[in-house]
Design a protein around this ligand. Structure first.
Ligand code: NAP
Ligand code: GLV
Length: 313
């Protein structure tokens, strides 16, 4: 007997209908329904930041598919402990993240903001070229996104350092790992890029005592989660001159509240959590492929992107 997989969709901040249409087209033998309170049991859930009630009610799940790379919003909920959680594994994000970070690093290194201001003021002037070797870029997190970003930066001949939990080897990148490697990593970094997952170990990791260890005139690029950064510590270090500025894509409260001082800060560049977007077509293809694989009996370990619930990413 052919068993029809039942898929439930519950994503906040997402245009629902194109996802439902896409999932139905990719899984023609499944039922795909938008979740609402009281809905019947499903086998597979496609979610982004669902309410607690979703997991309280959906007690027959065999797989939970997150429509983003970061699972910190899910990890705050009580989820069934024996159901695999699968996050997006790249799905078109790593190239976007490489573009964003390279753009931010190069914009800072080449002083394009200052040139833009000069040109807008009708001023034709040159600045002394900076030496690439003076701008070592340290990437925190060498996972799917961090590795791609660090390799892209190395293509521009920046000295690139990387830091991860377990030891890694990435061509062209000086790799550090664990708490033991953190101090040396920070001490050799001028431009810091955060691409860590938000977990109890990494919450608030961009704070006064860590950022103070960076080379003077440091620059901070946070594209991971707002919870990594202690906002006041960044502002204080910019005021002291130790940090030259920052590019921030993620914030503790999103949208960033209108009264937040980051909005008006001349040395802080903001974007609205857009450095690497979930691309619907790629993501649906990836998720549908994994639902079918699981439904046809593939072992969980054969899927890319399965979250280690103990580590929290
Ligand atoms: P990933 O593949 O899971 O990689 C995470 C990396 O962080 C791994 O290298 C891991 O080390 C390292 N790490 C985790 N905890 C650590 C710790 N305590 N100390 C040192 N290193 C640690 O994740 P990803 O796909 O690259 O995504 C990273 C994050 O980017 C996501 O969690 C999400 O928050 C964020 N993100 C943001 C956007 C945006 O638009 N702003 C878009 C997508 C994702 P190991 O390799 O040793 O495990
Ligand atoms: C976006 O921030 C993601 O985690 O995919």
């Amino acid at each position: 007997m052919v068993v029809t997989p039942r898929v439930t969709f519950c994503c906040t901040d997402t245009k629902t209908q194109p996802w439902l249409d896409g999932l139905r087209a990719a899984l023609p033998n499944a039922t795909v329904e938008l979740w609402s309170p009281g809905a019947g049991p499903a086998d597979y859930a496609v979610v982004w930041a669902p309410p607690q009630r979703f997991f309280d009610e959906q007690v027959a799940l065999k797989g939970i598919f997150n429509t983003g790379a970061g699972v910190d919003a899910l990890m705050k909920l009580r989820m069934p402990s024996n159901v695999p959680v699968v996050r997006l594994d790249d799905a078109g994000m790593s190239v976007q993240m490489a573009e964003y970070v390279c753009h931010a690093v190069i914009r800072h290194f080449r002083e394009f903001d200052a040139y833009e201001a000069d040109m807008q003021g009708g001023k034709w002037s040159y600045r002394k070229p900076r030496l690439r070797g003076d701008f070592p870029v340290g990437v925190m997190g060498l996972g799917v996104l961090g590795e791609r970003v660090s390799r892209a930066l190395a293509q521009f001949d920046f000295p690139v350092l990387g830091w991860s939990r377990s030891p890694k080897t990435v061509k062209g990148v000086r790799c550090f790992s664990g708490e033991a490697g953190f101090t040396d990593f920070l001490a050799a970094t001028r431009v810091l890029v955060c691409l860590l997952p938000l977990t109890p170990d990494t919450e608030g990791i961009l704070r006064r005592d860590t950022l103070a260890q960076l080379l003077p005139g440091a620059y901070v690029i946070n594209v991971a989660r707002g919870g990594h950064l202690i906002d006041d510590d960044l502002m204080a270090l910019i005021a002291s001159g130790h940090v030259a500025g920052a590019t921030l894509d993620v914030f503790r409260t999103e949208p960033l509240p209108a009264a937040h001082p980051f909005w008006q800060h001349p040395q802080i560049t903001l974007t609205p959590h857009t450095s690497a977007r979930t691309l619907r077509e790629e993501s649906i293809a990836q998720i549908a492929g994994k639902i079918l694989a699981l439904h046809n009996g593939a072992p969980i370990a054969s899927l890319a992107g399965v979250v280690d619930l103990k580590k929290g990413y």
